[in-house]
Every structure is written in C-alpha cells, then in structure tokens.
Design a binder for this molecule. Sequence first.
Ligand SMILES: [Mn+2]
Length: 240
Amino acid sequence: MRPRIGITCGFAGERDPLALDRDYADAVDRAGGVPLVVPPGVPGEALAETLQAVDGLLFSGGPDVDPARFGEEPFPGMGRIDPARDEAELFLARLGLERGMPLLGICRGAQVLNIASGGDLYQDLPSQVEGVLKHVQQPTPMSYPTHRIRIEPGSLLARITGKASLRVNSWHHQAIRRVAFGFAATARAEDGVIEAIEKTGEPFVLGVQFHPESMGRGGSPEAILLFEAFVQACARWARD
Ligand SMILES: [Mn+2]
C-alpha cells in the first residue's frame, strides 16, 4: 500500500466549495503517494482521527493567515483570510509536530508551520520590507521560476535537491519573519526573504515559500525530487 498523504484545502466563493489546486494531488500521486484531501471546518476530534488515517500531511497554499494568530493587528496590505482554515491547519500542524509526522508546508503551509510553532510573518512584504524583490509573479505561468534562492549547505532541502542555489517560482506577498524556536531558515531569496524553514532534528518537517507542485508540473527535477523525498519519508514513518 502506498503512503497516504493528507492535503489541507480551503473554502472559496459563495456556498463555501472546498478549494485546492489540482497540482498538489497530482504531485503527490506522481511521487508515489495516495492524496487524501482534508477539509477545514470540521471539529478537532475529526481532524485528530484524520491524522491517524494518514502517514504525512501536506499544508497547501492559500490566503493570508489572520495576524491575530501571531499577536498582530491587521496592516493595510493584508489580504483575504479564512478563519476556519486557520483553525484547522494550526490544529493539524501542532498535532502533527507533536507526533513527529512528516510534514510539508507549501507557501501559506510553510507560514502555518512557523506560526503553529510560535513564529510570525510579514503581513505584506512590499509595504514592510524596503528593497524587497517581486515575489508575486503574475502574469508568468505558475510553473515558471522567477527568482533565485540560496540553500543552506547540509540542510534537508540541500540534500534533497543537491543544489546550493535554485531558481524558483514565487506567488506570495507574505513571508516568514521571526523563525519559530526549533526551526531554522534554510533558504533565502537574494533580498533576504526566507524561502524555506526546517525543524531541526526531525527527519522531515519542511516548509517552502515557493510552489514545487507547479514547478514539478513544469518539469523541474528538484521539485519532483522534493515530493519524492516527502513521500518516501511518509512511507518510512508508516513502517516505524
Ligand atoms: Mn519568493
């Protein structure tokens, strides 16, 4: 049996349809995992049982996290928030971290891992950081890399990709500011913006600010390796 990977999603639009870019499920499937979508808005007990039914969790990209979650009032540049999703994902992240499960956070998902562990965010990079690069890449295709990151030698991300530097896509106006205790920033853009965090001493707790699920669709070998490494970590966790 292939490892089962829970993928978080959000609500979008009237009547709250569940929303998840198909790239996430496709990337998990192609990497050898079974994608299972985890809806927000259900009680904590249901989420806790969901966690027992999966071998790893993928926190997908989405809207902004409510700044109240890290003790701030909203700044003018803050975007849409999804309170039910904040609640579900922070709950899942804390429980997953407590259990030592393999966790992969993508974009908002990396930010969720950081906030769940006590870190915080820039609510809006352009209005809070002087000299920041363009991190919202419209109108280029989502899979297309637009800026470079430098990867910390010896980090999980460096070992997976085999690279010290990589061009990535970029679809965020928020970013990790203070890295949570127990985590390390393991990749940065040329402007210093944090592009990856890892939990020290864990086999696989990784958050990336870019979108490997789309880069992989575009044929990026490093993005495909990242998903394969995650699914393999989930398979090992399921066995042990
Ligand atoms: Mn970026």
